[in-house]
Write a protein of this length. Structure first.
Length: 240
């Protein structure tokens, strides 16, 4: 069941209070660097990407530079981020497309961005939101998990989750909410062993409620088993 409107407002208010300084964790100085860093972040931590990009951008600081790069050299610079062969091909291909079609500028348009190699809706939304200040909600693994646990969305499909969040969250808070949900997912609402005891939003959480129900059933079974043991012991003591 989706959260009522008043509960959604309370969730957003609480998240804002918890993470007032939440922002994009990928280091970048311009839209091009953010675009490349976000492509590299697929199935890789932001921390690891931030360790890789200084070397990459020192060697290839502009789209034109990276467009002319030798793939094997790019691979050697980014191999620590995983899937490096595919990512090297994508970031060089994206740079070539920027040079050829957009005068080396990153487009401010979802359709144009998602036509670039290695760029899906999540990456495009990250760039639109953080590089250009265009309201967007990028659904990564943290946003998907936390929003569904809290009832802000109800879907296993990231596109449906994005659409549901856009309907439930005021447009002027889309970008901020994206960062709040990520921080909550990283710090508290972990994929495995979430820190429910520390969560200010546990009362809204479907995962917490389901776990509490399971714990209640386990206690009931344990109590019933204990009563049966006690009864058996009483009968046994009387027959001795």
């Amino acid at each position: 069941m989706a959260l009522p409107r008043i509960a959604t407002a309370d969730v957003l208010r609480t998240l804002e209070e918890l993470y007032p300084d939440a922002q994009c964790a990928l280091h970048h100085q311009n839209p091009f660097e953010l675009l490349i860093a976000t492509i590299l972040s697929a199935q890789c931590t932001d921390k690891r990407v931030n360790q890789i990009t200084p070397k990459l951008f020192s060697r290839f600081p502009t789209p034109k530079d990276l467009a002319q790069a030798d793939i094997s050299e790019v691979e050697s610079l980014i191999m620590e981020c995983g899937l490096f062969k595919m990512k090297a091909k994508n970031i060089v291909g994206t740079s070539q497309a920027l040079v050829a079609n957009y005068d080396s500028q990153v487009p401010r348009d979802m359709e144009k961005l998602t036509q670039l190699p290695g760029v899906g809706r999540k990456t495009a939304n990250v760039v639109l939101s953080n590089a250009f200040g265009i309201p967007a909600i990028a659904v990564d693994t943290h946003v998907q998990r936390v929003s569904n646990r809290l009832g802000l969305a109800q879907s296993d499909n990231v596109l449906e989750t994005e659409q549901q969040l856009m309907k439930r969250i005021p447009k002027d808070r889309w970008s901020s909410a994206h960062h709040w949900l990520i921080e909550h997912g990283r710090q508290v609402c972990l994929a495995r062993s979430p820190k429910c005891e520390l969560c200010s939003l546990a009362t809204y959480c479907r995962y917490f409620k389901a776990q509490a129900k399971l714990r209640g059933k386990a206690r009931s079974r344990a109590k019933a088993a204990s009563l049966m043991d006690d009864a058996g012991n009483d009968v046994g003591s009387k027959t001795m």
